[in-house]
Design a binder for this molecule. Structure first.
Ligand code: PLP
Length: 417
């Protein structure tokens, strides 16, 4: 009876069956009105998603990679600049930086959350950058290029530690563009502002992906930029539509990067479910935590900081014998994945940056030990129980190490060049 025992990594069939009538009627309306690109449905979705993110504006685009690229360009990142991000992310983050004409530089991630370690960012600024004597701008010491942006990635559904990142950005006049492609609806308690802030409302701009497997997914490709800056939103609108402000009046060269109206219609239907779906993901994460309770000397569970409400795009655990565990789960008909097996600084396209093994040890260690277990709103209790049972049976005694965070000396300023 292995068919019924099979536990997929993700269930994209059930939610679409549940919403089939509404989704089909979106399609039918599009056929009847021939409204395929742009129009009121796109605008309605943009308005609703901006509201959902507590952001002033939302601009729908073709996918998450376009969203990142347009956000970077519209925020003012220039060709030749350096934009700092993390090695432990999907390649789209750095592709977008390169496609905006900039160069990615990496800083390592936090051992517990796997997202940007603000102390490493500070260390990067202090040890690898200097201040241009004439302009006071931040330069990379080695290349002399201007460092203009930071892309923190809200990985696995938990927001990066934004307060210290934003503080460093303000001090050094850097643009912060959130990669929120895995964090629709996540929130973070800002101690600076004394309130909860949503993913997509903290940087100068943020990028979202609506790839089908994301917490909010289209039935195809889609993405969006959110921002509180109306001018930046206007520039993204131009960029997505060949740089035009009016038909055939082109202020700049842009791209074909619009959000398709049918996808916007599908997204409106699914957006109504998103809060509920995220709640279910949080409940499942909580249940995994309970079920694994007696195993925590052998498996590291996701760490949700008290400043975060994560939306568990992925449920990522960490074990010493990861490959063996993954193989045994596969034998038991339980599908898992690795996000991501090779850190970006060791991937072929970034060889010219000259990195080697050991440059970002936290990302590298994580890449060798992390495993994403099945996580989706429709996951059932019996499935979680069986997953935890199978995992427990294959765990080795030795704990994967979660080192104590080592404290960095207090803020210094970069020296002049
Ligand atoms: C999915 C994803 C992207 C890219 O989104 P697409 O819609 O596939 O282009 C970018 N960054 C991260 C972290 C992602 O997970």
């Amino acid at each position: 009876m292995s068919g019924s025992r099979r536990i997929p990594f993700l269930d994209l069939v059930t939610p679409h069956q549940e919403l089939e009538e509404e989704l089909v009627s979106v399609f039918r309306n599009a056929l009847r009105t021939a409204g395929f690109v742009g129009g009121p449905i796109v605008e309605q979705f943009e308005w609703e998603f901006a509201n959902f993110c507590d952001a002033g504006h939302c601009v729908g685009v073709g996918n998450g990679t376009d969203a990142l690229r347009f956000a970077l360009i519209a925020a003012g990142v220039q060709p030749g600049n350096i934009v700092v991000t993390v090695p432990n992310t999907f390649i789209a983050t750095t592709e977008a930086i390169s496609q905006a004409g900039a160069r990615p530089d990496f800083v390592d991630v936090d051992e517990r959350t796997y997202s940007m370690d603000a102390r490493k960012l500070q260390e990067y600024i202090e040890t690898q950058c200097c201040l241009d004597r004439e302009t006071g701008k931040l330069l990379n010491r080695r290349t002399g290029s201007r460092v203009t942006g930071i892309v923190p990635v809200h990985l696995y559904g938990q927001m990066a530690d934004m307060d210290p990142i934003l503080e460093l950005a303000e001090r050094h006049n850097l643009l912060v563009i959130e990669d929120a492609c895995q964090a629709h609806g996540a929130s973070y308690y800002s101690r600076r502002e004394n309130r909860w802030k949503k993913a997509g409302s903290m940087g100068v701009a943020a990028a979202f992906s609506f790839y089908p497997g994301k917490n909010l997914g289209a039935c195809g490709e889609a993405g969006a930029v959110t921002t509180n800056d109306p001018k930046l939103a206007g520039r993204v609108r131009m960029l997505r539509d060949h740089g035009q402000t009016q038909k055939y009046s082109h202020e700049i060269e842009g791209y074909n990067g619009r959000l398709d109206a049918i996808q916007a219609g599908f997204l409106r239907v699914k957006l109504q479910q998103l809060a509920e779906w995220n709640k279910k993901r949080r409940t499942h994460a909580c249940r995994y935590g309970e079920l694994f309770e007696s195993q925590t000397d052998r498996i590291i569970l996701p760490y949700e900081s008290p400043l975060n409400k994560a939306v568990y795009h992925l449920y990522v655990v960490r074990v010493k014998n990861r490959d063996q565990l993954q193989a045994r789960l596969a034998q038991a008909d339980i599908t898992t994945q690795i996000h991501y097996p090779i850190p970006l600084h060791l991937q072929a396209p970034y060889a010219p940056l000259g990195h080697k093994i050991g440059d970002f040890p936290v990302s590298e260690k994580a890449a060798a030990e992390i495993l994403s277990l099945p996580m989706y709103p429709q996951l059932e209790q019996w499935q979680q129980e069986r997953i935890v049972q199978e995992v427990t049976n294959s765990l080795v005694v030795e704990t994967a190490g979660r080192g104590k965070p080592e404290l960095k000396p207090a803020a210094l300023s970069p020296e002049p060049c």
